[in-house]
Design a protein around this ligand. Structure first.
Ligand SMILES: [Zn+2]
Length: 248
C-alpha cells in the first residue's frame, strides 16, 4: 500500500554503499523506518532532505510485516538551517526529536504529538531567541497530551494552593513545603508563576517570551524531571546529557 504523509525526520544512517535508512515520525502512521535506495549517490538530494529535524512530505510502500518500508518520494516542507547554526538551539531540538523517538512505538500514530513536535521545531527555526521557552512549552504540553498534566496550582498531598514547591519523587507531583521538606527539584515562586503563565499561552506566543537567566536552570530541571518521572522511555534519551552538561 502506498502511504503519503508528512513526517519529521528523527535519525538517518548509511546503509550499504549508496543507500540510507531513516527513522521518521509521520503524521498519519507514527514512527516508521524507511529505506531510501541510492540516496547517497552523487547528484541525489534525498540525503539532504532526510537530515534529522527536517519536516518533509513523504510517500512510501508500506508492508506491516516488514520492519523497514521502501521510500518512493520525498520533498521539502521545512528544511531547518538556523537551528543547525546555533549549538544550544540544536541541542534542544535534538532532545525534542529524541523524546519523540524513544517514548513512542512504531506504527502507533499520534497526530497531536506530531503537531506539537513539528510546531516546536518550526517555531525554534523562526525565533531569534534561544528556543528554551519553546522547549519548556514542548515538555509541558507533552506531559499534558500524554495524560500527566502537572498541577501547578495546588499541592499534590494537601491540595492547598502553592506559591512554590518541591517535586515529590514518590508520586511525581509538585508539593508544598509543609508536606515535603527535602528534595532537590524545586520551583521558587517566580519559576512557578512563569510556568503557570506559560500554561495559558499558545505556542505562537512562546518563542519570544523573555526569561531571566537565574530562573532557567530550575525550570529546566523541574520539567525534565517531571516528564522523566511519568513517561516511559525517557531514560533512553541520550541527548539529555548535553543539556545537563550545559547547565553545569
Ligand atoms: Zn501540601
Amino acid at each position: 500500500m502506498l502511504i503519503e504523509t508528512r513526517a519529521l525526520v528523527l535519525k538517518s544512517f548509511p546503509y550499504s554503499d549508496t543507500s540510507l535508512i531513516s527513522r521518521i515520525y509521520t503524521e498519519d502512521r507514527g514512527k516508521v523506518s524507511v529505506l531510501a535506495k541510492g540516496a547517497r549517490r552523487m547528484k541525489n538530494n534525498v540525503a539532504a532532505l532526510l537530515e534529522p529535524l527536517n519536516i518533509v512530505d513523504i510517500s512510501y510502500y508500506d508492508k506491516e510485516s516488514r520492519g523497514i518500508q521502501t521510500l518512493k518520494e520525498v520533498s521539502a516542507q521545512t528544511i531547518v538551517s538556523r537551528i543547525r547554526e546555533d549549538y544550544d538551539k540544536l541541542t534542544l531540538a535534538l532532545v525534542v526529536s529524541d523524546i519523540l523517538d524513544h517514548t513512542t512505538h512504531e506504527h502507533d500514530p499520534n497526530p497531536i504529538l506530531y503537531r506539537l513536535a513539528t510546531r516546536t521545531i518550526i517555531e525554534m527555526e523562526a525565533t531569534t531567541e534561544s528556543g528554551r521557552t519553546l522547549f519548556w512549552f514542548f515538555l509541558l504540553q507533552l506531559a499534558i497530551r500524554t495524560g500527566f498534566k502537572p498541577n501547578l496550582h495546588q499541592c499534590g498531598r494537601c491540595n492547598e494552593p502553592i506559591k512554590n514547591g518541591i517535586l515529590d519523587r514518590t508520586s511525581g507531583a509538585l508539593c508544598c513545603h509543609r508536606c515535603l521538606s527535602d528534595g532537590d527539584i524545586r520551583l521558587n515562586s517566580e519559576q512557578l508563576t512563569y510556568l503557570q503563565t506559560m500554561n495559558e499561552y499558545h505556542i505562537d506566543q512562546v518563542g519570544n517570551l523573555h526569561i531571566q537567566d537565574e530562573l532557567t536552570e530550575g525550570i529546566s530541571r523541574f520539567l525534565l524531571s517531571f516528564v522523566s518521572y511519568h513517561l516511559e522511555g525517557m531514560e533512553k534519551v541520550k541527548s539529555l546529557k548535553l543539556i545537563e552538561q550545559h547547565n553545569k
